[in-house]
Design a protein around this ligand. Structure first.
Ligand code: ADP
Ligand code: ZN
Length: 732
């Protein structure tokens, strides 16, 4: 009779279940500890999820854990439960879900000691240097010399800068006892020591702060206030309360670009607190360090993007999701989770408050307010006497357009610049022109691998596809008829040239993905914009989100129509959010502002509702529309996507999946499709989709659980790429 204990281990592999292993000899690893296990023909790092008495795998096929990597659990029971829930909810392999919660170095089996790994010189090393023993090993000598001159040692990055092949040399130094590795705590970066003068909360802020501070147990709040109304100030106050109670606060932001500004503000407010950032821009060691600080409680404030929602919080107090409506909280590939939704679940699990902040809440969150699940707190007034901007619609049919600009907008820019104002021009399209068209035959240049046009990039003299990244030189003439090619439409690059020609002498900063590829460039350009040095700010979505530009007095929206006629049922919501975010820039800090919107459809009801009555009325109308049409939040969706080198296999697979779904029983479930994706061909692959809709979330969840396992074993499933997206944000 065997009393072997079986470990259920999560391994980063696309398999829907955990893997069973025999416990190693000696102390049995506990749930949350990492183990090294034999896997197929190699070894893998896994996380123990459970210790059980028996396995469905026959005893002779069970393999034994090779070693235990952590002296104690890295992930606590609550976090393991959260991950298990997320794996079930999003129908995603538990091993990949666990992987999303761990910094890369821990996934790779790094021992996870806190501190940064550095190499330092030993006394024997000093002696060797003085004796000139390393004359015949120049790389070793150079490294050791640098270690001798360093303050406590150098990390891998510094060593790499000294010698590209530093590792073998360092190994040799270590072997000879001349250098050794150790872990150092990088310590808090000191931050600006000057404590901020605290503004007195406005009555609305005071009410919001009191409500959040005074709540007990799980309570979601929707903090709704226009940009500049003082939401961040509310977060800061509530976080201060948590600091005093020695509780950790987790602040989720949609983009890395937003973290430096926010971090600086948090450091000013809490000069003595442990504050860490967690985002994809960090190096692996920095990320591990920040994660460890959160896990052992040294960090009491954690600011991060999406994946930070899984950070360990031994003393949790408060979760904030800033700009909760933002689409980047939803991961769009692999493990397709919504960090906002998981944040709410986590707050529920931990029994605490979660604050979702936005000037333009998602319709989901507004419906939750309506249903009484979330409590809404409003910050109606702008602080510091700032006034709301006046809005002008410029009819593109009635005005001549030069390089995308109408005369009324040009005049307005001129006026504001002369009045020492700052001007923000928004166009969510990078490149010079979205289309290069033949004047002879009228054909436009298409990507060879996508159903999409190539975008002209002037300075690089290249055409590039924004969907697959393909790029080629601009041809001299049309390949079909030899006619002349003509750039049609505007991108930010073209607009930049036009604005520089029209307003020479006014510094302009353009912020889009093309101008910010180099490291640190986003920060540098945002700083140029925020400081007022640049007088004309031009950019895409990157510029529109959450940044504070106090001197902007005029906002120009070049093309409102991009959003009006999207194929997606969320297109209107996104347009309204962008509009409010962008228009919200004008007229802060006491200066009156103006907004000019260029459109072909000035009488469009959506634009009219938005402009005349604001986001709330728009949202009310949009929710009524969603209710009538049975779209989310009044129904729940999942999308099965497939892609293959040709159309038929993708559609066949989805057809079989549909039949399998029908066999699972579809009471309360609607299956829509299969159908080709709106942009069918992308990067040479044909994409198709099958939409699942249910009136009830529980029913959808039960259906998906049963259905997914049927889909996974379809013979066609092995031949194509497929994925299941629960609560999809984009329907293509
Ligand atoms: P939001 O997060 O809603 O955009 P912020 O909290 O960043 O708003 O506030 C906008 C500006 O107003 C900031 O410069 C902030 O310091 C200032 N501010 C916020 N609350 C107050 C207040 N009660 N009194 C004076 N200034 C305030
Ligand atoms: Zn392409």
């Amino acid at each position: 009779m065997s009393t072997e204990r079986i470990l259920r281990v999560a391994i980063d592999a696309p398999v829907m279940d955990a893997f069973d292993y025999l416990a190693p000899q000696g102390p049995c690893p506990q749930p949350g500890q990492r183990v090294l296990v034999p896997f197929r023909r190699g070894q893998r790092v896994g996380v123990v999820l459970e210790v059980v008495g028996e396995s469905a795998v026959p005893g002779e096929r069970l393999r034994r854990v090779l070693s235990t990597l952590d002296p104690e659990p890295l992930l606590d029971d609550k976090l393991l439960l959260l991950l298990a829930w997320a794996a079930g909810y999003y129908q995603h392999p538990p091993g990949e879900v666990c992987a999303a919660a761990l910094p890369r170095l821990l996934r790779q089996g790094h021992h996870g000691a806190t501190g940064t790994l550095v190499w330092a010189i030993t006394p024997a090393g000093h002696a060797a240097l003085q004796a000139g023993e390393l004359a015949r090993a120049p790389v070793q000598a150079r490294l050791l010399d640098a270690l001798a001159g360093s303050d406590g040692g150098l990390d891998a990055t510094a060593l790499l800068a000294l010698a590209s092949r530093w590792r073998p040399a360092m190994r040799e130094l270590e072997r000879r006892g001349l250098a050794q590795r150790r872990h150092v705590d990088l310590g808090e970066s000191a931050g600006a020591a000057m404590p901020e003068a605290l503004p007195t909360p406005t009555p609305a802020q005071a009410e919001a702060i009191a409500a959040i501070d005074g709540s007990s147990g799980f309570q979601p709040f929707l903090l709704q206030g226009v940009t500049g109304s003082g939401k961040t100030e509310v977060y800061l106050r509530c976080i201060a309360t948590m600091q005093a109670a020695r509780r950790q606060s987790l602040v989720l932001v949609p983009e890395i670009g937003l973290t430096p500004q926010l971090l600086a503000r948090f450091r000013r407010r809490f000069p003595d607190a442990g504050i860490v950032c967690l985002h994809s821009g960090l190096g692996d060691l920095q990320r591990l360090e920040a994660w460890q600080r959160a896990r052992d409680g040294r960090a009491s404030i954690i600011i991060g993007t999406r994946s930070a929602v899984f950070v360990p919080l031994p003393q949790p107090g408060l979760i904030v999701v800033d700009e909760e409506h933002d689409g980047s909280f939803k991961q769009q590939d692999g493990f397709r989770y919504s960090a906002r939704d998981i944040a709410v679940w986590r707050a529920h699990q931990l029994g605490m408050a979660v604050v979702l902040g936005s000037a333009t809440p998602s319709l989901e969150s507004l419906a939750n307010v309506e249903a009484g699940r979330y409590r809404r707190l409003r910050l109606p007034e702008r602080t510091a006497g700032a006034r709301h901007p006046g809005v002008q619609l410029v009819d593109l049919r009635r005005h001549l357009v030069h390089d995308g600009l109408t005369q009324p907008l040009i005049d307005a820019i001129d006026r504001h610049l002369q009045d020492a104002g700052q001007v923000l021009i928004y166009l969510n399209r990078r490149g010079y022109a979205p289309t290069l068209m033949c004047t002879g035959c009228g054909q436009s240049l298409e990507c060879r691998r996508c159903d999409a046009r190539m975008v002209l990039h002037w300075r690089e003299a290249r055409l590039s596809c924004h969907h697959c990244g393909a790029s080629r030189a601009v041809p001299e003439r049309c390949a079909t008829c030899g006619g002349e090619l003509h750039a049609v439409g505007q991108g930010t690059e073209r607009l930049e040239a036009a604005l520089m020609r029209l307003f020479p002498g006014y510094p302009l900063v353009r912020i889009d993905r093309d101008t910010t590829r180099a490291r640190g460039e986003v920060e540098r350009r945002l700083e140029e914009a925020a400081s007022g040095r640049a007088r004309i700010l031009l950019g895409t979505q990157m510029l529109a989100k959450g940044h504070d530009f106090p001197d902007v007095t005029l906002v120009g929206i070049i093309d409102a129509d991009q959003g009006l006629f999207g194929t997606d049922f969320r297109a209107g919501e996104r347009l309204a959010q962008t509009f409010v975010q962008v228009a919200g820039r004008a007229g802060r800090a006491g200066k009156p502002g103006e907004v000019y919107i260029q459109t072909l459809f000035p009488e469009h009801p959506l634009l009219q509702a938005l402009i005349r009555e604001g986001y709330d009325s728009f949202a009310e109308a949009a929710l009524a529309e969603r209710r009538a049409a049975g779209w989310p939040p009044f129904s729940h969706l999942a999308m099965l996507r497939a892609e293959a080198p040709s159309r038929a296999p993708a559609l066949d697979f989805l057809g079989q999946a549909r039949a399998a779904g029908e066999a699972c029983g579809t009471a309360g479930i609607r299956l829509l499709g299969p159908a080709p994706a709106p942009m069918e061909r992308r990067a040479g692959r044909y994409r198709a989709q099958l939409l699942v809709e249910a009136g009830n979330r529980g029913r959808l969840q039960r259906f998906l659980a049963a259905w997914r396992s049927e889909v996974a074993v379809l013979p066609a499933a092995a031949r194509i790429r497929w994925s299941l997206d629960v609560d999809p944000l984009e329907l293509f």
